[in-house]
Design a protein around this ligand. Structure first.
Ligand code: SF4
Length: 282
């Protein structure tokens, strides 16, 4: 019995908590909407002097895809004279943020000179006659007068701001290349038979070299490749009987002839990463 009662109480409390939470969220969303998405009517400087009224209107056009075309200014002046006034004027409809400067004639002048205006209330209303949507701002008469008389921006200037395209943010993409740069030059001349600088220093390298060669050939006891081969094929090109370049490294062929030490030396000196090593026979 007690357990059932406790379970019911907990369920009721949870239900109340849920309702309160939803209410709070709804209030918060309403407040955010009011603060940030609320349409904005701003009073501007009119070129028609005291007969004119200039204003701009900015709103969330995605949420309200309407065309606004009517202005209404209402005076509520219970302790002054006149007690109430209303000026309505239609203007060229706009579906995007806009500014207008309207000549409201003598009625605007009358409103501005109403007795007790500073303590009255003024409501400025912008509406869409086609879609019956209205937005308004209300303020005390003295606030209205102050905004009206101290406004400096004109409707023309604000229209220019609205129509000037916003600067597009551009991101510079740095130039990049995925092609690796050439290997740094060692600055060493390759001591190979085809290099004229060493012509004649290799036995049998060339006819001219053979004629003038003064370097005696020698045998090697061992030749091997240390880690770091970049598979450039240079060694195999020079002495294919000894060197075999695979997809990933260079190998010494089994039974490779080791009696031509000069040619092995030539391959070792041609190796750009100097991983070919050998031991001269004594
Ligand atoms: S020359 Fe050197 S880097 Fe090139 S394949 Fe032969 S061992 Fe490798």
């Amino acid at each position: 019995m007690n357990t059932t009662f406790i379970a019911m109480a907990v369920a009721i409390l949870l239900g109340i908590g849920l309702l309160v939470g939803i209410g709070a969220l709804s209030l918060l969303s309403g407040a955010l909407n009011f603060l940030f998405i609320k349409p904005k009517i701003e009073i501007l400087k009119s070129q028609f002097g005291e007969q004119g009224f200039a204003f701009s209107f900015v709103w969330d056009q995605e949420a309200e895809p309407f065309r606004f075309d009517r202005l209404k200014i209402q005076l509520f002046n219970p302790f002054g004279n006149p007690v109430q006034m209303e000026i309505t004027r239609e203007f060229e409809a706009s579906g995007t943020d806009f500014a207008r400067d309207l000549d409201l004639g003598i009625k605007m002048k009358e409103l501005l000179s109403a007795k007790g205006l500073t303590n009255a209330s003024i409501e400025v209303e912008v509406s869409s006659s086609k879609d019956s949507i209205t937005h308004q701002i209300s303020m005390k008469g003295n606030t209205f007068l102050s905004k009206y008389k101290t406004a400096t921006k004109t409707a023309l200037e604000v229209t220019e701001q609205f129509t000037t395209p916003k600067e597009t943010v551009r991101f510079e993409i740095p130039e990049r290349s995925f092609i690796s740069p050439p290997l740094p030059r060692s600055g060493k001349a390759l001591k190979i038979a085809t290099n004229p600088e060493f012509a004649g220093q290799f036995s049998g390298a060339s006819d001219a070299g053979a004629a003038t060669s003064t370097v005696a050939n020698y045998a090697v006891t061992k030749v091997w490749i240390e880690p770091g081969c970049i598979v450039c094929d240079a060694c195999e090109g020079i002495f294919p009987e000894v060197f075999e370049v695979t997809d990933s490294t260079c190998l010494i062929r089994p039974g490779a002839p080791l009696n031509d030490g000069l040619k092995i030396q030539e391959a070792a000196e041609a190796c750009p990463v100097e991983v070919i090593k050998f031991i001269k026979a004594s």
